[in-house]
Design a protein around this ligand. Structure first.
Ligand code: SF4
Ligand code: SF4
Ligand code: SF4
Length: 310
């Protein structure tokens, strides 16, 4: 490094704000970052309305409006390196589940029926209208570095930023969440799928062995497995593993069904049927991604419609 600080822009698109909060969640390590970085634009820290020339551009959230497309394009134009930061930016994130509903249904629910957000009127054209679908940002602009996680874990944020600052490749493995999980997969006599509220799971045994759905084996480890190590099954918030993404006929439901039916007495088709019925939950974080959506086995709209009709 020449001694000059790395110039950083951040921008948020369609998101919850959590990824920007995660940036400050680096605790004392943020001081190391700030020593090397000059923040030019950051919606929560600066009053910069434009898009200054920068070395690194962090984009959080997915593309759902004309503003999002415009902002993403300007960030790409002005920043040498673009980071897709967070699962929304990488795969569309939780609000990708909006693809199961029409824009009108979503607006109606949010502004007329949701007790916490209702206003009893639908915003007019003075508010940027929602596009039909949520789009991950690399379907709109080129991305140089992907940092999935909802939000990304401080360990991986620091490693990603340090690598860019030091001009090296980030160290990040391809293991699933299971690699960091302390539970053991064992064969059991479990014969039925359980909800997490059913009984008290044993702390040493894999959730799948006990009949609870855990997405750890199909989820990329970008979090160091906090959930299964603290009593909760993984819900897949960091997005799918490379195997799930790249194998055309494998996906979240086939992988989990195979593993769970091997570990228990629950038949493969019972698990698969359960996962299809609750597809909006189990595919929530990545269903907007073309890599998942274009799979030959993927019938998410059908599964969701059938699940909601039951
Ligand atoms: S990835 Fe998660 S934390 Fe980040 S903006 Fe999306 S919903 Fe919020
Ligand atoms: S499936 Fe879940 S509980 Fe089982 S080993 Fe993997 S992360 Fe742990
Ligand atoms: S264990 Fe799963 S749900 Fe929990 S943070 Fe990691 S990826 Fe997200």
């Amino acid at each position: 490094m020449s001694g000059e600080k790395i110039r950083l822009n951040t921008e948020w698109l369609c998101d919850c704000g959590g990824c920007h909060v995660a940036l400050v969640d680096l605790h004392e390590k943020i001081l190391n970052v700030l020593e090397a970085v000059q923040i030019l634009k950051c919606p929560v820290l600066t009053d910069e309305k434009g898009y200054p020339e920068a070395d690194i551009g962090i984009l959080t959230g997915s593309v759902r409006t004309e503003h999002d497309r415009h902002a993403a394009a300007l960030m790409r134009k002005k920043c040498r390196t673009i980071i897709a930061f967070g699962t929304c930016a990488v795969y569309g994130g939780l609000h990708g589940a909006g693809l199961a509903h029409s824009r009108e249904e979503i607006m109606d629910h949010v502004y007329r029926h949701s007790p916490s957000t209702r206003t009893d009127f639908i915003p007019d054209n003075s508010v940027t209208s929602l596009e039909k679908m949520v789009t991950p940002i690399d379907e709109v602009i080129d991305v140089d570095l992907y940092l999935p996680g909802c939000p990304p874990h401080p360990h991986f944020i620091f490693e990603g930023l340090s690598a860019l600052i030091e001009n090296r490749t980030p160290k990040a493995g391809q293991e699933s969440v299971c690699a960091g999980c302390r539970r053991t997969m064992v064969k059991t006599e479990t014969s039925a799928i359980k909800e997490i509220t059913d009984g008290v799971p044993d702390n040493a045994t894999c959730f799948l062995s006990q009949g609870y759905i855990c997405q750890g084996s199909v989820t990329l480890d970008r979090c160091l497995a906090p959930c299964p190590n603290h009593g909760m099954p993984c819900s897949g918030c960091a997005g799918p593993t490379m195997q799930v993404l790249t194998e055309p006929t494998r996906d979240i439901r086939t992988e989990i069904s195979e593993r769970m039916s091997r570990l228990t007495k629950i038949p493969y088709d019972t698990v698969k049927d359960h996962l299809e019925r609750s597809a909006k939950t189990h595919y929530a974080y990545a269903m907007a991604s073309k890599m998942i959506g274009n799979k030959p086995t993927f019938l998410i709209r059908k599964w969701i419609a059938e699940g909601e009709a039951r």
